[in-house]
Design a binder for this molecule. Structure first.
Ligand code: CFN
Ligand code: HCA
Length: 529
């Protein structure tokens, strides 16, 4: 608590009051660990958050390999959302892959004054001439919303003119308070215009959608490799490495798995409502998490042969990494970490750190909602025709609203008694007393917390990486994995541990001295009151 107050004490009273509500001293507050989240950042504070356009174009749409995405706006927006996120994709037989390209209308001042629709049409003509894409996405940036270009009309024109699919996304950067709004906009359009359009023949009765997996550093490929070994078929991954055709066929899967809940839970729920495909929350970050997830999926399908294969693959994968895990545990045990990432990794990666005995002492999301911090009461998924005996400990998170479709009041009470209705999600339940949760951590607070808490590693993104390194604290990027990965599943855990061990034990640290250790520093009050 006192550490938190030392950071807050620098603020004027107004900022103090606001930022205090975004911080929780876990187990040491009168507020039941409640936190303020998903609200706008105080203007002037250097936040790490992205914008609505980044969430729509960069996060959800960007990884779809054969959609030709035009950023309607300044070139800087297009460039920001291109390349750095490290979502990977392989070009399949006869497929396109535009991931290495960055397409933009490059709006100039005169376009802002006279309107940009003409330029957008020209860009589409040029795209058709040079690349002949079957799908074009148009993504708006802030100025487009301000000048009022009708991108949806242009999309309709393109569909008619060229007989292609052209979808417009009104994801102007200023909408919402973070990238989270952009996830919604992207997903809603995919639901409306893409999902359900495919008619691929699917024979495997263990077919899956992998939702909220963007194949950063190859994570999705590693998950898929594992699932395939067991006998599953991944129909679509939203959206890492997927083609439009994969997404169009996602309505044919038997079950959807949700890795990043924050960016995609709405799609899982919509697919369930529209096509009756249930969904299950899983987590393939961390060895223990991966084992539990594989077992939960097997439980859902409830086939002894599949369960046996699951156990055999788990044993084999564990055998493969066992020595490395023991080695890295010996190197990392007892170290401390701070994690500050978008909307789900700040929680998921705590499990992976636990696997190696690394304690998380500070964690927060850029844009997680309260449920990602505090969790919410959830009910196990019940198949409409299932009786309650089959549900056991399946960790699934359905929409509680729909629960009553499947269960009687009596059943609900029985489940409550058996404690099968539990608390799901929420990082707070996995954080030890005496640690801190901070929402929308800014540059100033980052520096202060690093000074006070002195973690061995700070996991975050490119915007604050150098704040940490200049403070003499090892930084690893948990958005892009710097240049590494995959970090998912069993083998990814070893890659992760190797990267941290290399960072901690590099002799380079003997050449770095934090500025405040080398010379006196001036201290002042932020916001000046
Ligand atoms: S890949 Fe995901 S896992 S989608 Fe989301 S909430 Fe971002 S781009 Mo950066 S790394 Fe991050 Fe999550 Fe889901 Fe990535 S923690 S901030 S919008 N995110
Ligand atoms: C985004 C994308 C981002 C940024 C990463 C970072 C990503 O929010 O626009 O700040 O290092 O993962 O690429 O989250």
């Amino acid at each position: 608590m006192k550490e938190m107050n030392r950071v807050l004490d620098h603020y004027n009273s107004k900022v103090y009051k606001n930022r205090k509500e975004h911080m929780v001293a876990v187990g040491n507050n009168d507020n039941n660990n409640e936190i303020l989240a998903n609200v706008r950042t105080i203007p002037g504070i250097i936040t790490q958050r992205g914008c609505c356009y980044a969430g729509c174009k960069g996060v959800v749409l960007g990884p779809i390999k054969d959609a030709f995405i035009i950023t309607h706006g300044p070139i800087g927006c297009a460039y920001y959302s291109w390349g750095t996120r490290r979502h990977k994709a392989k070009k399949g037989e006869g497929e396109d892959n535009y991931l290495q390209y960055c397409f933009s209308t490059d709006l100039q001042e005169s376009d802002i004054v006279f309107g940009g629709e003409k330029k957008l049409k020209q860009s589409i003509e040029e795209a058709m001439d040079l690349f002949h894409p079957h799908t074009i996405f148009i993504c708006s940036t802030c100025p487009v919303g301000l000048i009022g270009d009708d991108i949806h009309a242009v999309a309709k024109w393109a569909e008619k003119e060229y007989g292609i699919k052209c979808i417009a996304f009104s994801c102007e950067g200023y909408k919402g308070v973070s990238q989270s709004a952009g996830h919604h906009i992207a997903n809603n359009q995919l639901m409306k215009y893409v999902i359900g359009e495919g008619d691929r023949e699917i024979t495997n009765k263990y077919s899956l959608n992998l939702l909220g997996e963007y194949n950063i550093g190859g994570d999705g490929w590693e998950v898929e490799r594992l699932l395939k070994r067991i006998g599953y078929e991944v129909i679509s991954t939203f959206t890492g490495g997927s083609s439009m055709d994969d997404l169009k066929n996602s309505h044919q899967a038997n079950l959807s798995l949700v890795q990043c809940h924050r960016s995609i839970n709405y799609i899982a729920e919509l697919i369930e409502t529209k096509y009756g495909i249930p969904w299950m929350k899983i987590n393939f970050i961390g060895v223990e998490g991966t084992i539990k997830s594989l077992r939960d999926i097997a439980k859902y399908f409830n086939d002894p042969a599949l369960t046996a294969r699951t156990e055999a693959v788990i044993a084999d994968e564990l055998d493969f990494i066992e020595q490395d895990i023991e080695y890295y545990k010996s190197k990392l045990k007892g170290k401390t970490a701070a994690i500050y990432v978008g909307g789900s990794r700040a929680h998921h990666y705590q499990f992976l750190l636990n696997d190696f005995g690394v304690r998380t002492i500070l964690a927060g999301y850029e844009f997680g909602h309260r449920e990602e911090y505090e969790g919410r009461e959830v009910l196990p998924f019940i198949k409409p025709d299932a009786d309650s005996k089959n549900i056991e400990s399946i960790t699934v998170e359905p929409d509680p609203k729909k629960y009553h479709l499947y269960l009687s009041e009596e059943d609900i009470n029985k489940l409550k008694e058996e404690k099968l209705i539990g608390y799901y999600g929420g990082m707070v339940k996995d954080m030890k007393n005496g640690t801190y949760m901070v929402d929308d951590l800014n540059h100033f607070e980052t520096e202060e917390f690093l000074k006070i808490l002195k973690p061995d590693i700070f996991f975050s993104g490119i915007k604050d990486k150098f704040v940490a390194q200049k403070a003499g604290v090892l930084s690893r990027q948990l958005h892009s994995y710097d240049y590494s990965g995959p970090y998912s599943c069993f083998r990814g855990a070893v890659n992760f541990a190797r990267d941290i061990a290399m960072g901690i034990y590099t002799p380079a640290w003997s050449y770095v001295k934090a500025p405040w250790k080398a010379a006196p520093i001036l201290e002042g009050t932020v916001g000046g009151e």
